[in-house]
Design a protein around this ligand. Structure first.
Ligand code: ATP
Ligand code: MG
Length: 247
């Protein structure tokens, strides 16, 4: 399948100061031809390693609002996004996405507010809220809203960029999300996902990039700390806890 997004690279010739954020981050400084998996691309790494910085730049370069949401939304209530999107080259495939969504875990609440605002203004066409199951997202729990969003709003041939989609979800719902991702992938969708969840990360038909202080590298699922540490911890929980509390 032809991907919507083929690769992203830093136009490093235009960067004047590599000591300043976001270029000071190794994964950004060293960003050259990062190829997207045609189905699902994951970014993993420690807190602060640069996943959100990178994924946001990709989303903005792809035409999404930095705040998150579909391309119809245009609002800004958050801190200003980084300038990185101006310094990356996003190379697309021949196919164009029919729809898409950029989810920032931290601003999903604002997306819900924005949908209500859009609908309270005189509008042409059906209310946006209809595409979320007809009930205000504010009347659903965080996790329920998110699953409703994916179920109702994520259409076929879409480009979906998700930053920590697991934030709202129970383990059971994370598996539900895996299934939804799988269904959308079979409908020619492409996903780019930053995650800390060993459950989400288990999606089999995917490429995983690990961001760290030394840069950016492709890794296998079993090589990720998310997999190895979670498995070890659950298998040897008492030993881990003893050691952790003794230190
Ligand atoms: N606007 C900004 N100005 C300066 N530094 C920033 C800015 N935004 C983020 N940073 C720094 O850049 C680094 C990477 O941040 P980023 O949010 O991309 O990390 P992350 O990998 O998404 O982390 P997490 O897993 O906690 O979400 C952090 O050290 C952060 O403090
Ligand atoms: Mg982040």
């Amino acid at each position: 399948m032809d991907a919507f997004l083929r690769y992203v690279e830093l136009r490093s010739e235009d960067v004047s100061d590599f000591t300043k954020y976001p270029f000071s981050l190794a994964p950004i400084r060293q960003l050259e031809q990062l190829f997207f998996h045609p189905k699902v691309t994951f970014f993993v790494g420690e807190n602060g390693s640069g996943k959100s910085t990178l994924i946001e730049a990709i989303a903005v370069a792809a035409g999404f609002n930095a705040e998150g949401g579909s391309r119809n939304f245009n609002f800004a209530t958050r801190r200003s996004e980084s300038e990185l999107h101006k310094y990356v080259r996003l190379v697309r495939g021949t196919r164009r996405p029919k729809t898409g969504y950029f989810l920032r875990a931290e601003s999903f609440f604002n997306v819900a507010t924005e949908i209500e605002n859009l609908d309270s203004e005189a509008a042409f066409g059906p209310p946006v809220i209809d595409s979320y199951g007809g009930r205000s997202l504010h009347e659903k729990s965080h996790g329920e809203s998110f699953i409703a969003l994916v179920t109702e709003r994520f259409g076929s041939s879409g480009l979906y960029i998700l930053d920590e989609p697991e934030a709202a979800l129970s383990p059971q719902r994370q598996l539900a999300l895996l299934k939804l991702i799988h269904e959308r992938v079979s409908e020619k969708c492409q996903f780019v996902i930053a995650t800390h969840s060993p459950l989400i990360l288990a999606y089999p038909d995917a490429g995983i990039y690990h961001l760290s202080e030394t840069g950016l590298e492709a890794v296998k699922y079993e090589e990720t700390e998310h997999y190895a540490l979670t498995r070890d911890f659950l298998e040897h929980r008492q030993r881990y806890l003893r050691r952790l509390f003794e230190e």
